[in-house]
Design a binder for this molecule. Structure first.
Ligand code: AR6
Length: 167
């Protein structure tokens, strides 16, 4: 079975062990995919998020999935694009943090949105390259761990960018 896949769709509808949220440091919700996840999971999600006391950029925290099909939500905070070398370091860090956290929770399938490429302004092509390279490296370094990764793209342009990088 392919360990890495691109799908076009809504991440809140994915049948996976965990979906990843493009959160902000407060972890208290927002627009974009964050808003969609909070709406779909229901108000208990915000109650659990309040107890997490935020999250640093490049890191990730986990909650239950509540009304989602996914058992867990991994909230990862991508960088706000600044045009400095730090952006790429932080974006790669948050993909790695999410995968490490997933492994700790015995998660074997995970869907990522295109973190930082919406409100946070990261150029799509550069962010996609980092996402694909970082996840591919992690899967290679954990060849003995069964993990399926889905890049869940909300629009055709994003899906095209991922497909190009994965060819
Ligand atoms: N399923 C999958 N992808 C989605 C969905 C969905 N339901 N909805 C949007 N996207 P963004 P960021 C895509 O802006 O750039 C929030 O306010 C979207 O088309 O959600 O990391 C947070 O609270 C884009 O491709 O996240 C933060 O403050 C991708 O998800 C801030 O935005 C990411 O866009 C985070 O900004």
């Amino acid at each position: 079975m392919e360990r890495l896949q691109t799908v076009l769709g809504d991440i809140t509808k994915q049948s996976v062990d965990a979906i990843v949220n493009a959160a902000n440091c407060s972890l208290l919700g927002g627009g974009g995919v964050d808003g969609a996840i909070h709406r779909a999971a229901g108000p208990e999600l915000l109650a659990e998020c309040r107890m997490l006391h935020g999250c640093e950029t490049g890191k990730a925290k986990i909650t239950k999935g509540y009304r989602l099909k996914a058992k867990y939500i991994i909230h990862m905070v991508g960088p706000i694009y600044s045009g400095t070398p730090e952006d790429a370091v932080q974006l790669a860090d948050c993909y790695r943090s999410s995968l490490e956290l997933a492994k700790t929770y015995d998660i074997h399938s995970i869907a990522f949105p295109a973190i930082s490429t919406g409100v946070y302004g990261y150029p799509l092509d550069a962010a996609t390259q980092i996402a694909v390279d970082t996840v591919t490296d992690w899967l290679q370094n954990h060849a003995d761990y069964d993990m399926k990764v889905i890049f869940c793209c909300f629009d055709a342009r994003t899906a095209q960018a991922y497909q190009t990088k994965m060819e």
